[in-house]
Design a protein around this ligand. Sequence first.
Ligand SMILES: NC(=O)c1ccc[n+]([C@@H]2O[C@H](COP(=O)([O-])OP(=O)(O)OC[C@H]3O[C@@H](n4cnc5c(N)ncnc54)[C@H](O)[C@@H]3O)[C@@H](O)[C@H]2O)c1
Ligand SMILES: O=C(O)C1=N[C@H](C(=O)O)CCC1
Length: 275
Amino acid sequence: MSGQTVGDLPGVVVTGVSGRMGQMLVREILASDRLRLVAGVERTGHGWVGRDLGAAMGGADLGVPVMDDALEAFAKAQAVIDFTTPEATVGFAELAAQARAVHVIGTTGLSEADLAKIKAAARHAVVVRAGNMSLGVNLLTLLTKKVAAALDEDWDIEIVEAHHNQKVDAPSGTALMLGEAAAEGRGVALADVSDRGRDGMTGARKRGDIGFAALRGGDIVGEHDVMFATAGERLILRHVASDRSLFARGALRAALWGQDKAPGEYDMLDVLGLN
Ligand SMILES: NC(=O)c1ccc[n+]([C@@H]2O[C@H](COP(=O)([O-])OP(=O)(O)OC[C@H]3O[C@@H](n4cnc5c(N)ncnc54)[C@H](O)[C@@H]3O)[C@@H](O)[C@H]2O)c1
Ligand SMILES: O=C(O)C1=N[C@H](C(=O)O)CCC1
């Protein structure tokens, strides 16, 4: 970015700016010399709306407003980084497309109907979506696919995830990415073999199923095991995130990467050049 003035840097809006990821994103953007923070967006009625973002975060004024009019905010930006809720993200996808801003989506828990709306928005603008923005997890999806392809159904696949006690969706977006990768490696559709939330007299495990289990507690940032278990041995692939900043840095990288791309839906494997 040599020779650029601050005004030339791509402008970014962070939605859900008061949230765990929102505040982490603000800190990473302020520390970056490649992106410029233009606004934060929060839901109508939130106490931060109308305030300066720096002051709202308990520091000095930044000259960056917190707004609840997303379209007005997006009109000033080249990228929108969005870690909010499924309902909010679907609305933001349409507005980001109208503003022709790159929409980086970290929100998880999206339904098939939500994904269809995001796909429609991606006809007009760049969307980068991933249930996990870290390099390690995205590499883990490739390893999972490879191991699943190498092993037959004598090997049971179980995905175990653990997160903090405020997480509202399960299985995690990451666990679902890993499940998709395992299913792809096996040449099956995840929807046909997914086994979630066992409880009570479940009967014996069905051969070929991919099982999911979710743990919630304390301040766990995010842990994922993909277990391949057969008679006499187990292989466990594990990722442990100990700091949310790695998700935020992945999102910033995606926002920059998307600046010169054609409209469409992309993921972090595209951003990282691993596809
Ligand atoms: N993809 C990844 O790498 C990754 C990493 C961490 C978290 N996540 C996901 O990001 C999402 C947010 O996680 P979090 O821990 O920051 O949650 P959080 O609850 O701390 O933050 C969500 C924020 O969104 C705001 N919000 C809700 N509706 C809104 C609306 N209509 N307009 C504007 N703001 C709105 C809330 O007020 C809140 O500040 C979750 O889906 C989580 O699973 C993804
Ligand atoms: O804290 C969360 O919520 C996280 N969500 C993502 C998921 O659902 O996999 C990524 C890890 C943290």
